[in-house]
Design a protein around this ligand. Structure first.
Ligand code: MG
Length: 337
């Protein structure tokens, strides 16, 4: 397999603000794996919180280029395991490569990846659309730009969080989810949850900083809304730690290292009776189409990344009013110009 790397600056539709940072342009790395004229594509966006830059991802992938040249795409999970010693400190790079391997695998076999995994598209969760932090007026406008979505995920972590939700609620009957991105204390979480429940919020994502396990245990036991781990649940080994601290986990492909470890995390979470969500990191349609393959396995999904961009760079799975539309092409269905 030949390795090719492409980098892009993806301008966002709006500056995207969460509790700890704002971004206007999302840098992203597209990995292409080519075998006998067929190409598979994968993606990982850069991320300051997780220390992933184009440089660190590129260096990691170039270090395994010779190994890739020697191999065929017969089993993407085996490839992930074999490259683990070389790549495990670079999960974002690992993710982009693993997605490309799966897309190529499906394209070579002429079937969608979800089908090769034995999954069907009969019952799928709908995606939320995410509203980043802004003035309340702009947050209302952002929601109205994407009307008729069944679920909105509201980013919180300001000094007026309840007022944001109260005002957004006046403009829609859709279900809300909130994500504090580590911005609250245990007391704030327990108190906010009471009001949020009245406003039809279905869960709270990562209220406390990632390492606050003791406080999280208290929140888990007393909170009137379910709590879902994001920053506290990164790799497969974290899933067991989340039991009795969170009611579910939000898996990000780039945090854990791709589809291969994500499937293992889903399986483990199910064994532990935890709910499962997959989220995104403002990826283009390349990364979103990879997430779509996992959809039949999930309770919740946040796969609006490509819609937060001012312009996309590929075609593949589309998300309309929260519902996924799959192309009839194999792999992840990604076509890249
Ligand atoms: Mg989150």
């Amino acid at each position: 397999m030949k390795l090719k790397l492409h980098t892009f600056d993806l301008p966002l539709r709006h500056v995207f603000t969460i509790a700890r940072e704002s971004i206007a342009v999302q840098r992203t790395l597209i990995v292409e794996l080519e075998e006998e004229g067929v190409s598979g594509y994968g993606e990982a966006t850069t991320n300051a919180y997780y220390g992933a830059t184009i440089r660190t991802m590129t260096d990691a992938l170039v270090s395994v280029e010779d190994e890739l040249l020697r191999r065929d795409i017969d089993d993407p999970a085996q490839l992930w395991d074999d490259l683990y010693p070389a790549l495990h400190e670079h999960p974002f790079a690992q993710c982009a490569l693993d997605q490309a391997a799966h897309d190529l695998w499906g394209k070579r076999l002429g079937q969608p990846v979800y089908q090769l995994w034995g999954l069907s598209l009969h019952q799928l969760p709908v995606s939320n659309y995410t509203i980043g932090i802004d003035t309340i007026e702009t947050m209302v406008r952002k929601m109205q730009e994407f009307p008729d979505w069944p679920i909105y995920k509201i980013k919180l972590g300001t000094d007026h969080d309840l007022e944001i939700v109260r005002q957004l609620r006046q403009h829609t009957n859709a279900v809300f989810r909130v994500d504090a991105n580590c911005g609250w204390t245990a007391e704030q979480t327990l108190e906010n949850a009471q009001a949020l429940k009245e406003w039809n919020v279905e869960f709270i994502e990562q209220p406390l900083p990632a390492e606050c396990w003791e406080d999280m245990r208290r929140v888990h036991d007393r909170c009137v809304l379910p709590v879902i781990a994001d920053e506290s649940c990164i790799i497969p080994a974290d899933v067991d730690r989340c039991v009795n601290h969170f009611h579910g986990i939000n898996i990000k492909l780039s945090k854990c290292g791709g589809l291969t470890p994500a499937r293992r995390m889903i399986q483990r979470a199910r064994e532990l009776q935890m709910r499962v969500m997959v989220g995104c990191m403002t990826e283009s349609t390349v990364g979103i189409s990879a997430i779509a393959q996992l959809l039949p396995l999930l309770d919740y999904v946040d796969m609006d990344g490509a819609l937060l961009l001012a312009q996309d760079i590929a075609t593949g799975v589309r998300v309309e009013q929260g519902r996924c539309i799959y192309p009839s092409t194999p792999g992840h269905g990604v076509q890249f110009p």
